[in-house]
Design a protein around this ligand. Structure first.
Ligand SMILES: Nc1ncnc2c1ncn2[C@@H]1O[C@H](COP(=O)(O)OP(=O)(O)OP(=O)(O)O)[C@@H](O)[C@H]1O
Ligand SMILES: [Mg+2]
Length: 382
């Protein structure tokens, strides 16, 4: 291998931090030569002002410098032409046309929508921690914050800066690259809202059905999640427009229903499960959240009562399809403060009782084979 070949090999293996693929595979490596120990390395970034440019450049420099015989690296950073970029986005879409849904019935990604009847039962908190726990198990995980009006996932996963800003997805033409938090690829409407000049909080979203529908569709079609094992959707509470849109776009999705142990919460939780089922989705289980917590003196505090999760699971079970209570997540101060500070408790305090419960949930989900397993196949074996 010549020096230039060795440098090309090293540079080609550098991983693009946003696309999470090697530069060689992304056709970002250009002319390379080595003369008298000086490696001249050309790379082409996707867009001008690519936010990852600095990191890519320094890793390319280091990769080239690590090759034996290279004493100096001269980096020439260019930008892809529109045609090259179009070829790249086409490849990233895996040959699918723009605006086509990658999570259709033939996709190997498990899609799990997390719903609830009542609001405030801890759906987003559980979903964010579940996503992180699955990613920690080595799965490729995406998370769509489908609660367009009440988005909270960026905050729960620490994607909000000290000044309240949320990172915007990088765009390559009409493809958006989701920010990554704790190994989870995340998309949320909160990433598209700008603060107004006068007041603090991010802008509010006051949209009706068609705009919500379009937003959910864009999250599913225009965001480059890559090859995911699991795609989680944090649903808004109840059975409104977004739930109906998601049911239309993802009729093959699995659904987890979150409820508190309180019976008033469980009745509406059952309804949200039944609506999901009407669109063809499969309710794979119930998560009871805010279950009794054990106090330091060993006694139990059942702030929201007991038994709601089992009740919802029983009410959603049919003769053909049993819906299990997957796990009971206890009340936990560290779970709540972790959400407030954007440090998921499954990472910051894995031995917390709520963490343990969510890890158990993740283990159960991860143990089911990825792909079409468990789904009705369109043919019968001979
Ligand atoms: N097990 C728990 N113990 C203590 N606090 C919890 C627990 N689960 C959730 N919380 C807290 O309850 C509040 C509501 O949680 P969260 O926002 O996750 O609920 P939600 O169901 O997503 O709400 P919404 O319906 O508004 O989307 C948050 O302040 C969260 O920190
Ligand atoms: Mg929520």
């Amino acid at each position: 291998m010549t020096g230039a070949d060795a440098v090309r090999q090293a540079v080609s293996a550098v991983i693009d931090p946003e696309l999470r693929r090697p530069l060689g595979e992304l056709d970002m490596v250009r002319d390379i030569d080595v003369v008298d120990g000086v490696a001249r390395v050309g790379i082409a970034l996707t867009i001008v002002g690519c936010p990852a440019a600095e990191r890519i450049s320094s890793e390319v420099r280091a990769a080239a410098a690590s090759v034996a015989g290279v004493t100096e690296v001269a980096l020439d950073v260019g930008v892809m032409s529109p045609a090259e970029r179009a070829a790249l986005t086409e490849r990233l879409r895996g040959g699918r046309a723009a605006r086509e849904m990658p999570f259709g019935p033939d996709s190997l990604t498990r899609v799990i929508a997390v719903t609830s009847g009542k609001g405030g039962v801890g759906k987003s908190t559980v979903t964010a921690n579940l996503a992180v726990a699955l990613a920690e198990r080595g799965l490729a995980v995406g998370l769509i914050d489908a609660d367009v009006h009440g988005f909270s996932i960026p905050g729960l996963l620490g994607l909000v800066g000290a000044d309240g800003s949320v990172p915007q997805p990088t765009r390559i033409d009409d493809l958006m690259l989701p920010p990554v938090a704790y190994g989870v690829k995340v998309i949320s409407i909160g990433m598209f809202l700008r603060r107004s000049a006068t007041d603090g909080p991010l802008g509010a979203v006051a949209w009706r059905g068609p705009m919500l529908h379009r937003t959910v569709q864009q999250f599913l079609t225009d965001v480059y999640f890559g090859d995911l094992d699991v795609l989680l959707l944090d649903m808004p509470p109840g059975t409104g427009d977004v739930a109906i849109s998601v049911g239309q776009f993802l009729p093959h999705a699995d659904v987890i229903v979150v409820t508190t142990p309180q019976s008033a919460a469980s009745d509406v939780a059952v309804r949200s499960g039944l609506v999901a089922r009407q669109t063809g989705q499969r309710v794979i289980g119930v998560v009871e959240n805010m279950a009794p917590m054990t106090l330091p003196d060993g006694s139990s505090l059942a702030l929201f009562g007991e038994g709601g999760g089992a009740d919802v699971a029983a009410a959603l079970s049919t003769d053909e399809h049993e819906v299990p209570l997957l796990v009971s997540v206890p009340l936990s101060t560290t779970l709540r403060t972790g959400g407030d500070t954007g440090a998921p408790v499954v990472v910051s305090d894995p031995s917390d009782a709520a963490s343990v419960a969510i890890q158990t949930l993740a283990a159960g989900i991860a143990s089911r084979p990825r792909g079409l397993g468990g789904r009705a196949l369109p043919f019968r074996p001979a």
